[in-house]
Ligand binder design. Sequence first.
Ligand code: NAP
Length: 276
Amino acid sequence: MRRAFIIGWPVEHSRSPLIHRYWLKRLHIEGDYERVPVSPDALEDFLASFADQGFVGGNVTIPHKEAAFRFCGATTQVAAQLEAVNTLWIDGGNLHGDNTDAAGFLAAIDEEAPGWGKDLGKVVVLGAGGAARSIIYALIMRGAREVLVINRTIARGQDLRRRLGAAIAAKSFADLPGALADADLLVNTTSLGMRGEAPLEIDLSPLPARAIVADIVYVPLETDLLRQARARGLRTLSGLGMLLHQAVPGFEHWFGRKPEVTAELRALIAADIEKS
Ligand SMILES: NC(=O)c1ccc[n+]([C@@H]2O[C@H](COP(=O)([O-])OP(=O)(O)OC[C@H]3O[C@@H](n4cnc5c(N)ncnc54)[C@H](OP(=O)(O)O)[C@@H]3O)[C@@H](O)[C@H]2O)c1
């Protein structure tokens, strides 16, 4: 039986087991996907020994994405660029790593907002943490001409500019009203607006009518930001699609079949989020 893991510290909150077990059942594959709490001190030992424990690979979540990257013998180009991994597997005795958050975001927005990337001019990204790094990489790959990164800690936005290129400008929240004018896309990658966190309080009125508003927070599914955007008649995207699509490549590596993000899977995870 093939077994995969998700490691994090903590990891109890992860919905990945629900996603992968749904696919295992639907595809009649004998396998399992398990949460494994791994503290930062225990990461190196776990990565060196998971194959001996019967695992074929797994996912990596906070706070291990960057540390796990450093232990990989080989990585995909996107993981090398982002210096962080969320998906691991063994190939030829070597630990391989990928970062599927960027591809997950793109698959979600392609599906839910068709045509969004045609002639992409200005994009505003709120936040400059790990998720922002993946999303900005994805947006630049898709040809965004200008990416304004608005973050509480401006130095983190400036670091993203050094890593990912001159199309990025680092700004503070005070610059937001001007930044929103003429933006084609606004993406919230901060944890603001997440259940249990402080609210994200911004005024969307400067956004043009063509703008799309995405929030990668997925608890709750409809954040105040998305509600405000919908009330203005703007196209919106929740974090659920990214969560589901980022899981696809890992499943394919570990279990040998490419799974589908179905309406049934969406409903299953949405119901789990709503009851939490
Ligand atoms: N949908 C998905 O598949 C998906 C995938 C990954 C992450 N996420 C979600 O994305 C969010 C961010 O994740 P991450 O991994 O990027 O976390 P992270 O690396 O810890 O970054 C957190 C970001 O939020 C900002 N922030 C936090 N508290 C703030 C506050 N009180 N005021 C202003 N800014 C604040 C931080 O600003 P500073 O730099 O100033 O601290 C930073 O930009 C989480 O809610 C996570 O659940 C969703």
